[in-house]
Write a new protein. Structure first.
Length: 200
């Protein structure tokens, strides 16, 4: 059956409308389309197959919240050089030959040049300052028991001799950390012992 309307057509439906198409449906609109929903939601379900959309110019979405969920992978591409891939194992950002990979093992940077600008990037200084302290815990290599209430002596790289006694837990008193780098350490009395833990 073919229906041809030579002029404008206006249909008014006072209640619900249901359209069942047993086969394929094709709609061609030559001069734009506008859909307005005053109350309720718009829901589209594709029970089998895929959904493809091709737009020659701009696509704009304005919403209070936007949520995208992919069970296996979400991939975004801009041109031929830029891409963002997110799946259950990794997040990969690429531009040309440079990439940033984030996975369960860490963050991996691969770039021709990697730079940090102090005015724009804040990072924690992990170098020890003059006021940072450290204490050592002494234990017997054979028994792993703490060596408590024993005299010790440490000769620092500046040839300063530090002496003292370990406490009930086998720990030394707090020492200035930057003096102990590359230090030669001597413990008394002579035993087979080792430093097993650094406690800030």
């Amino acid at each position: 059956m073919t229906t041809e309307v030579q002029r404008d057509q206006k249909n008014i439906i006072k209640n619900d409308r249901t359209l069942n198409v047993g086969g394929q449906q094709f709609t061609q609109i030559d001069r734009g389309r506008q859909t307005q929903i005053t109350t309720g939601n718009e829901v589209k379900n594709v029970l089998a197959g895929s959904s493809a959309e091709t737009i020659s110019l701009l696509k704009s979405v304005i919403a209070k919240q936007i949520f995208h969920y992919g069970q296996e992978e979400i991939k975004l591409e801009v041109g031929k050089q830029t891409s963002l891939i997110m799946d259950n194992e990794k997040l990969l950002l690429r531009f040309a030959q440079n990439s940033i990979l984030i996975d369960a093992e860490g963050i991996w940077l691969n770039g021709i040049r990697i730079g940090l600008q102090e005015k724009e990037v804040q990072y924690q200084n992990i170098q020890p300052s003059e006021n940072e302290h450290i204490r050592f815990k002494l234990q017997d290599d054979k028994t792993n028991y703490a060596i408590n209430k024993r005299e010790f002596a440490i000769l620092t790289k500046n040839n300063r001799l530090i002496t003292g006694n370990t406490n009930d837990k086998g720990e030394t008193q707090k020492l200035v950390e930057n003096e102990l780098f590359e230090s030669q350490t001597y413990f008394f009395p002579q035993m087979e012992i080792s430093i097993t833990e650094n406690e800030k």
